[in-house]
Design a protein around this ligand. Structure first.
Ligand SMILES: NC(=O)c1ccc[n+]([C@@H]2O[C@H](COP(=O)([O-])OP(=O)(O)OC[C@H]3O[C@@H](n4cnc5c(N)ncnc54)[C@H](O)[C@@H]3O)[C@@H](O)[C@H]2O)c1
Length: 331
């Protein structure tokens, strides 16, 4: 199989490329990435010489480029997006351009080239936020209710992708996943920011009261879910992917990380909340479990421990990104 992966120099995309090359020795991958601040070829250093892997620097909004790259491609796995909620509050138009227009350009090329599967990576943030004290979870039938320019742009992309299935018969699938964590995640994001701050002996900031709840999905488990869906998911379907059986607040996660790193609570610092900060996300992933047999392979605490170890052992990767990562929070 030949795959076009978009946004493969980003966090999840680079993990996906590692995953796929390891599990499918017959397959080849073209990685199309614009290399924004979030794209790092260093995340793909160990596969850069692999004859089954090719990198193309370019923009998903360029129709000519995406048309040419999709000739002979069987499967498109579309990760490329502006993905940071805080940045979407500062620069919403970049989010509409890449996340909405870029997705539509890719859909056109996929249709022209008759690709066999177009898979979009989307987010549970399209469903909005859940009350802290409820037991409700997001599922495939939850109505859309995005709250940030980021989630609004991802919602638009989801609708476009489904429209290409209903209107043109393009064989699509979508995953709406919860917050990912693991290797190669930019140190501006919640878990790596906490780990790297502590490695540098700096305090870790907690937004608001720290009670916000996220559903954390280990990136390798996510890649496995995409694998199952790309191969056996039903065309036209959406699958929700989440990572946890038990929920933890941001404050509890900070405490777990502090403990894993042998430090104490004096390293915590409460800071002002951001605008329209969603309170709770929780994902019901029973559909992908029922239809395709997926569930997270290990528990959250084990995955968090491996993530702390990865950042401790791979300073070469995140140190050059740390200064820029912190500058976004000073704006
Ligand atoms: N990280 C998460 O927790 C999470 C959760 C749910 C959904 N998602 C979705 O998963 C996908 C990947 O997320 P991520 O965390 O790996 O993102 P990321 O920000 O780490 O990477 C995005 C990649 O896309 C590239 N890109 C951006 N605009 C582009 C354009 N116009 N043309 C070509 N390349 C472009 C960037 O250079 C970067 O390499 C995104 O669509 C995101 O919305 C992420």
């Amino acid at each position: 199989m030949k795959l076009l992966v978009t946004g493969g120099a980003g966090f999840i995309g680079s993990n996906f490329i590692h995953y796929w090359l390891k599990h499918y020795p017959e397959d080849s991958i073209v990685n199309l990435d614009k290399l924004t601040y979030a794209g790092h070829l260093s995340s793909l250093k160990d596969v850069s010489e692999n004859s089954r892997y090719k990198f193309v620097k370019g923009d998903i909004c360029s129709q000519k480029l995406t048309d040419s790259l999709m000739v002979d491609v069987d499967t498109v796995v579309h990760f490329a997006a502006e993905s940071h909620v805080d940045r979407s509050i500062l620069h919403p138009s970049e989010f509409v351009r890449s996340n909405v227009l870029g997705t539509q350009v890719l859909l056109e090329s996929a249709l022209k080239n008759k690709v066999k599967r177009f898979h979009l990576i989307s987010t549970d943030e399209v469903f909005g936020s859940l009350p802290l004290n409820s037991r409700t979870k997001f599922s495939e039938s939850t109505p859309y209710d995005p709250k940030s320019p980021y989630s609004a742009s991802k919602s638009a992309a989801d609708h476009l992708v489904r429209a290409y299935f209903h209107t043109f018969g393009l064989p699509i699938t979508i995953t709406n996943c919860s917050n990912n964590f693991g290797p190669y995640q930019n140190p501006e994001k919640f878990i790596p920011r906490m780990i790297t701050n502590l490695i540098l002996n700096q305090k870790i900031p907690i937004y608001g009261d720290g009670k916000n709840v996220r559903d954390w999905l280990y990136v390798e488990d996510h890649c496995w879910a995409i694998d199952l869906i790309v191969h056996n998911g039903r065309p036209g379907q959406t699958y929700c992917i989440g990572g946890q059986k038990k929920e933890f607040s941001n404050f509890e996660i900070a405490q777990k990380i502090i403990k894993l790193m042998g430090m104490d609570k004096s390293m915590l610092e409460f800071v002002a909340d951001r605008p329209s900060h969603d309170r709770r996300y929780a994902v019901n992933w029973s559909k992908v479990h029922r239809e395709l047999g997926w569930s997270p392979a290990k528990n959250f605490d084990d995955r968090l421990k491996s993530t702390v170890e990865w950042y401790s052992n791979n300073k070469w990767w995140w140190m050059p990104l740390k200064k820029q990562a912190e500058s976004i929070y000073r704006k």
